[in-house]
Write a protein that binds this ligand. Structure first.
Ligand code: BG6
Length: 478
């Protein structure tokens, strides 16, 4: 019988962030620009999905940077503040720290002959410091920050040259960090392909059939991840590799059979497909049928299927924020086309809050794959201001995480193997989707605004001490 109410003794309480949202220092260490750097912030722009630029929009941003404000180029200056930030975060009593490596800080153009020594030295230093503080690093090798040069020259992962370059970069970093890092996530959220430029490096107006191009690039990513796992296990047999999903598990809006079938088919093609391939080592029948019925032909090179079959992933990394439903009347199979669940409340960005949904999807994933699970991201974004006491009374964040931890505890009591929970994010940082600062998730307030003004000072919010107690009591107090 699984333990009724507790987290395993060696449970890794942690926090998660990414290079593209935090590091800044976009041209230091010889670093090249990434497509994330070009995601400008403009308060007048109300577009829902940002950053999926055409070729001309990219070139215009490169030629006339003075016309734009690019928040991710500045981030929260973590490249310079990492020592103080990590010391502050260590006060939380966390055991794990997840962040990513920026490809173009190591290889400015992504495929240069020689890497940047300064870039590598930074990551060696960063992860040595993480270890020195007694934390287990969890490292994402690619967090949606394709080097611009690879996007413009090759359309990112659509090209096998970029697959080779990525494997080369990943192998170099796994080798250099082999004494420091055990847990690797080759790519962030492999199923989040909606913004094709950041997830896959595809410049959308340069391909004829965008959906087909995306699935081809996803295939290439499967090959890339498998080759990275193969190389990594040679460097160190103890390395563990994660298949990472953004949770899009979508229940039917009603019990109408058409809604139920759409829910099944949508969960297959926007969620299960990706980890089915990465865990089972083969393409599932429903995906092959979908490709044929939709005129999508995947170019499979000799050896691809073998390398995918022979190098499956070890654990599921999941980011869970919200949950939505699908209705056959209103929604299509496209990612991001869903209906809001009328039973749930949402934050100002329309992200619903559904802790029970976490229990629900975890039981499905565990039953499907029987792989240990890392909650790689979970957190609550809100507009916040410092109060007169230089803090933020973020009780809503405490409530949000508390309720999700209850759901997690229940899943564990039902036998689901979860080995870590990483809250997104330790410090406020630039939003991935909308490039705002105002969408704050941190336990620590960072004094920067949407247009980069502010001191950059860090202030603990109320949730900081609460999460410290959660970690200290192994999830009992909370
Ligand atoms: C996840 C990303 O999908 O969502 C993170 O991996 C991101 O990078 C998080 O920050 C929250 O999204 P946003 O747009 O609110 O920052």
């Amino acid at each position: 019988v699984p333990p009724r109410g507790g987290f395993p003794e060696d449970f890794l309480w942690g926090v998660a962030m990414s290079a593209k949202q935090a590091e800044g220092a976009a041209t230091e260490d010889g670093r090249g620009l990434t497509v994330a750097d070009l995601q400008d912030y403009n308060p007048q722009d109300t577009m829902k999905v940002k950053g999926d630029f055409t070729r001309d929009q990219i070139l215009e941003r490169l030629e006339h940077p003075e016309h734009y404000w690019f928040p991710k180029k500045q981030g929260i200056d973590f490249r310079h503040t990492y020592r103080e930030d990590l010391a502050l975060l260590a006060e939380l009593g966390i055991k794990a720290f997840r962040t990513s490596i920026c490809w173009s800080r190591v290889f400015p153009n992504g495929d240069d002959e020689k890497p940047s020594d300064e870039g590598i030295a930074f990551y060696e230093d960063l992860f040595s410091e993480v270890r020195r503080l007694g934390l287990e690093p969890i490292v994402t090798i690619y967090h949606d920050d394709m080097p611009v040069s690879l996007a413009l020259r090759f359309n990112g992962f659509l090209s096998r040259h970029v697959v080779d370059a990525y494997v080369w970069y990943a192998t170099l970093m796994m080798d250099r960090l082999r004494m420091l890092v055990r847990y690797w996530i080759p790519v962030n959220q492999i199923n989040l392909t909606r913004v094709g430029l950041s997830s896959l490096g595809i410049v959308r107006d340069t391909v004829d059939n965008l959906e087909a191009a995306k699935f081809q690039a996803v295939h290439n990513k499967f090959v890339a991840c498998a080759r990275v796992a193969e190389a990594g296990r040679t460097i160190c047999p103890d390395f563990k590799f994660g298949s990472m999903l953004a949770d899009f598990y979508q229940a039917p809006a009603t019990c109408c059979p058409a809604d139920m079938v759409l829910s099944t088919e949508k969960n297959q093609m926007t969620m299960f497909f990706f980890s089915d391939v990465q865990f089972r080592g083969e393409y599932p029948g429903y995906a092959l049928r979908y490709f044929e019925d939709n005129g999508i032909e995947i170019q499979v090179e000799p050896g691809d299927l073998e390398v995918i079959a022979d190098n499956t992933m070890d654990y599921l990394a999941l980011s869970y924020y919200n949950s939505n439903v699908v209705s056959a009347d209103k929604n299509s199979m496209a990612i991001g086309d869903y209906t809001l669940n009328p039973y749930l409340k949402a934050n100002p960005w329309g992200w619903t809050v559904n802790p029970d949904g976490l229990y629900d999807c975890l039981t499905h994933y565990w039953d499907r794959w029987r792989k240990p699970i890392l909650i790689a991201e979970n957190g609550f974004g809100q507009v916040e201001q410092l109060d007169a006491n230089d803090t933020v009374e973020d009780d809503y964040r405490v409530d949000y995480i508390r309720e999700h931890l209850k759901a997690l505890r229940k899943a564990i009591a039902h036998g689901v193997k979860v080995f870590s929970y990483c809250a997104w994010s330790p410090l406020d940082m630039v939003s991935s989707g909308t490039s705002e600062m105002r969408k704050r998730y941190g336990f620590v307030y960072v004094d920067l605004d949407d247009m980069g003004g502010g001191t950059g000072e860090r202030y603990k919010k109320k949730s900081f001490d609460w999460y410290r107690r959660v970690c200290a009591s192994n999830g009992e107090e909370g």
